[in-house]
Design a binder for this molecule. Structure first.
Ligand code: SER
Length: 328
């Protein structure tokens, strides 16, 4: 089947053949349309495994079943589809990872190493793989956390992110495999709900505020975490992908959009929905949040690839409420 969309001259000179692994997830489901718009529908192959892919992805371009744990299948897909660029987005997040640490290790680590090993054999030009603020732990400075600092996470998810970051540096040095990574904070988005993370409350709160005007938060009122709105997250991925490699002095970058507590986002939502009420029943996720930074120093990303987010708490909240109140 041929899927067409308008390609500009710029699209044609930047042509890539992109594989998105984990296209049904919170980020993947918005990343695929974003990439298709930039690189052409036919050039972005969306893959999934368990979760059904959204219709917009199925109708606009190629879709295949892919389990990153099967190395042979990966080779076949890279070969048959002439892949040169990979976004590896499939991962078990922090809260689910604490419920099933062995599964988190298996999926996060084996998926990544299979992709790295297969990539070095198939001329893959660039791999984008997100790390996370979960790579940090209780011994890391929590305010304005620097790019290079102590990495002693206390969650299985965080452990897989640190190991993944080390693999990224290793495969780059040893094989010249160009893997690029950003440590994502909590991602807030209006299209697909996140699943199994500690920062998920910052998305759920909007749905509950609009539908029921009430939300019970699983973190404490004053727990501050770094966050980012989806348009900035997508921008970071393309900007890092397209950055000139000679300017990149490392494989892994801190990035952030904003920092806020549950109480602060609730107050911002109340400006639009004055009847909104929130209460707090912290659960096991509070301990995870307490081990992560409150704010992130992303100056190296700004210097080396011009990272520059657009959204703060106020503009993100306004946009989320606009979009979700129309839809819900
Ligand atoms: N959003 C993720 C989580 O909460 C952090 O990378 O697990």
């Amino acid at each position: 089947m041929i899927y067409t969309n308008k390609l500009t001259f710029q699209n044609l000179i930047n042509m890539r053949r992109i594989l998105v692994i984990g296209a049904a997830g919170q980020i993947g489901s918005e990343l695929v349309p974003f990439l298709r718009n930039k690189y052409g529908n036919d050039n972005v192959i969306a893959t999934g495994r368990k979760t059904p892919l959204p219709d917009v992805i199925k109708k606009s371009g190629p879709v295949i079943y892919l389990d990153a744990l099967e190395r042979n299948t990966l080779s076949r897909v890279f070969y048959e589809y002439d892949i040169d660029t990979i976004f590896h987005m499939a991962s078990i997040l922090s809260a689910t990872g604490e419920k099933m640490p062995q599964t988190a290790w298996d999926i996060n680590m084996n998926g990544l190493i299979n992709i790295l090993e297969t990539s070095r054999r198939y001329n893959i030009k660039t791999i984008v793989w997100p790390s996370s603020i979960a790579a940090f732990g209780p011994t890391t400075p929590r305010e304005n956390t620097p790019n290079t600092t102590v990495l002693q996470p206390t969650t299985m998810y965080g452990i897989t992110k640190v190991a993944g970051e080390l693999l990224a540096e290793y495969y780059y040095k040893k094989y010249g495999l160009d893997i690029r990574s950003m440590r994502l904070p909590g991602i807030i988005s209006s299209e697909t709900l996140p699943g199994g993370g500690t920062t998920d409350y910052a998305v759920e709160i909007f749905y509950e505020a609009i539908k029921n005007m009430k939300y019970t938060c699983f973190l404490k009122e004053n727990t501050v975490l770094p966050m980012m709105y989806m348009p900035d997250c997508l921008k970071s991925m393309i900007d890092l992908l397209e950055a000139d490699n000679s300017k990149l002095k490392r494989r892994v970058y801190n990035i952030t959009g904003m920092s806020f507590s549950a109480g602060e986002i609730a107050a911002e939502i109340k400006k639009y929905i004055p009847q909104f009420e929130i209460d707090y029943k912290p659960d096991f996720r509070e301990e995870i949040a307490d081990s992560w930074p409150k704010s992130i120093d992303d100056s190296l990303a700004r210097e080396e690839w011009n990272w520059n987010p657009s959204y703060d708490l106020a503009s993100m909240t306004k946009d989320m409420i606009d979009i979700l109140s129309k839809r819900l």
